[in-house]
Design a protein around this ligand. Structure first.
Ligand code: GLU
Length: 544
């Protein structure tokens, strides 16, 4: 048998025991979860994948376990240049820290590497060789055409499609026949000699989906492809065994592969990991729910959040809410705590799919940003504008302290203003605080629209304005303007006899507000005036 196996995989001289010595069992405390995020190097992480990676990293962290990043690049056709770096960057941006795994295109940290499958070819082949020696795997010389013919025949007699049982043509080749074919230079893959029966059931307990009963695998799946690299299924077995993975947390598109995976662990006599299959994120679309789609929904790409300046922390808070809906209430009651203090539970993850609602995410983001200090908002907006808004970046750099003060209006107080859902909102809400942006004006006048009347109010007001006034004095001066020009300074008096007045104090303050900002609704006018200063106010009054 050894000779035969050597002929099929000639360069392999290690055994699986040798590898087990290199990668010993991990020494972790009871209940520690060792899990991973195992993407193909396609260059970016989409929201569904980020959701699974977030759950995996959180589970590892809260059990003092290990979370690692393994790159699954055995499908060379799907690969893109620098695909690993993009994934690393995305995880980093979202504060998802890895304990082990790839840190760049070619480097990794951790004792269980390489953490990139293309560098593990010999390891997989060693495991395949072990199966060959135990008569649990064999070479298959079928060409595409041969396989197509088998399929056609199965179709014609309405049999189940696949390479199994009597249909598994090369399962029955003798060693002599194999040797001849190899000597003839025929190409081959290596297949598992599946010990399963389709009529049998595999019962297993998924941590998210619950108890499942699936037909046993009887397909002689390919384990080593023609290029010598493993298939996904086989690499999963080898890697998760040697890397000591206790929990496989992944998208539920892999659910139907579980019988294959459990069978692979069984033929080697290894203890399988626990599986948690995460349902896709859903989107409400015209009253029905469908999968969040990479093609149709911009919010499915995590670059979307970067481009809008939506804080990554807010995205994570939302993902935590999506994962365990009790998180929202917990967070509300534990304002001083963070996600790290919350205990995420598998059984509270929806088994049928969770709704991903951007509006809700933005609401969470609004709350989150409202609790940041002005300096934090400044730094984040600066970072955002550096990438996406040069003009704003220059202004924020030039007027740093001033900008922090603008951001501090109605902030850092008990009930802070919730005006920013994303850092890109800052410009939309505050452009008028910068003279450089104060152009193309569209004044939102309300009750008072007559230019002469407006001018009269502004002239009288500026003659009284003093930036050193406290808020009460400031307000009294506005009242003085009202009294002098025939507007009610007292709302109650106005309501009793509206005909006695030209209007009321709200109309007057509106004229001041609109002249300075063009907007009929702004944050605190007293603060705005203070920041603009008398000279700039005067200039703006003259522009009206
Ligand atoms: N490479 C697989 C994927 O791209 C990973 C599946 C798993 O986590 O086992 O989805």
């Amino acid at each position: 048998m050894k000779e035969y196996a050597d002929l099929l995989l000639p360069n392999i001289d290690k055994t699986i025991e040798d590898y087990k010595k290199i990668y010993p069992d991990r020494n972790l405390k009871d209940g520690a979860i060792v899990t991973r995020y195992a993407p193909s190097p396609t260059g970016y992480v989409h929201m569904g994948a980020l959701f699974s990676a977030f759950i995996a990293s959180k589970m590892a962290k809260q059990t003092s376990g290990v979370f690692f990043l393994r790159i699954e690049d055995t499908d060379k056709k799907r690969e893109i240049e620098n695909g690993v770096s993009g994934i690393i960057k995305d995880l980093k941006n979202y504060g998802i820290k890895i304990d082990e795994g790839m840190t760049s295109e070619t480097e990794w940290i951790g004792e269980y590497g390489p953490y990139i499958q293309s560098k593990r070819k010999e390891i997989y082949q060693t495991f395949a060789k072990h199966l060959i020696m135990n008569d649990l795997a064999y070479p298959c010389f079928c060409t595409e055409e041969d396989l197509e013919n088998i399929r056609k025949e199965q179709e014609s007699i309405k049999d189940r499609i696949g390479y199994y049982g009597k249909w598994a043509r090369d399962r029955y080749l003798s060693h002599e026949e194999v040797i001849n074919k190899i000597n003839n230079g025929e190409k081959y893959v290596i297949r598992l000699k599946s010990p399963g029966k389709f009529e049998n059931k595999v019962i297993y307990d998924d941590l998210v989906k619950g108890k499942l009963e699936l037909p046993e695998n009887d397909l002689d799946i390919v384990i080593i492809k023609g290029d010598g690299l493993p298939t996904y299924h086989f690499a999963h077995l080898v890697d998760d065994y040697l890397m000591g993975t206790t929990h496989v947390i992944r998208g539920d598109e892999w659910l139907s592969s579980v019988p294959i995976h459990l069978q692979l662990f069984k033929v080697f006599g290894f203890k399988p990991p626990k599986y948690a299959h995460i349902s896709p994120l859903l989107k409400e679309d015209n009253g029905t729910r469908r999968k969040l789609s990479k093609r149709k929904d911009p919010e499915a790409a995590i670059s979307y959040y970067h481009e809008k300046g939506i804080p990554t922390q807010a995205v994570l808070l939302y993902l935590c809410t999506v994962a365990n809906s009790n998180f929202e209430m917990w967070y509300l009651q534990n304002k001083d705590k963070t996600i790290d203090d919350f205990k995420l539970e598998f059984k509270k993850i929806s088994s049928s799919g969770s709704l991903f609602d951007v509006d809700k995410l933005l609401n969470i983001s609004k709350n989150y940003i409202s609790l940041l200090s002005a300096t934090d908002v400044y730094n984040n907006t600066l970072e955002y504008s550096k990438n996406y808004d040069n003009e704003l970046f220059d202004l924020l750099t030039k007027y740093k302290d001033y900008s922090i003060n603008v951001m501090n209006i109605e902030r850092e107080q008990k009930k802070p203003r919730k005006d920013l859902a994303m850092f890109s909102d800052f410009r939309k809400q505050n452009w008028y605080m910068y003279d450089e942006l104060f152009n193309n004006l569209n004044y939102e006048w309300q009750n008072i629209t007559d230019k002469n009347e407006i001018k009269e109010i502004l002239n009288l007001y500026i003659s009284k304005y003093d930036a050193n006034d406290d808020k009460d004095t400031w307000f009294n001066k506005m009242k003085e303007v009202c009294d002098a020009l025939g507007y009610a300074s007292d709302m109650k008096a106005y309501k009793e006899n509206p005909d006695n007045y030209k209007g009321n104090i709200a109309d007057v303050s509106n004229v001041l507000r609109v002249s300075l900002t063009t907007k009929s609704m702004t944050p605190d006018l007293y603060e705005i005036m203070k920041l603009l200063g008398k000279e700039r106010m005067e200039k703006r009054f003259n522009m009206v």
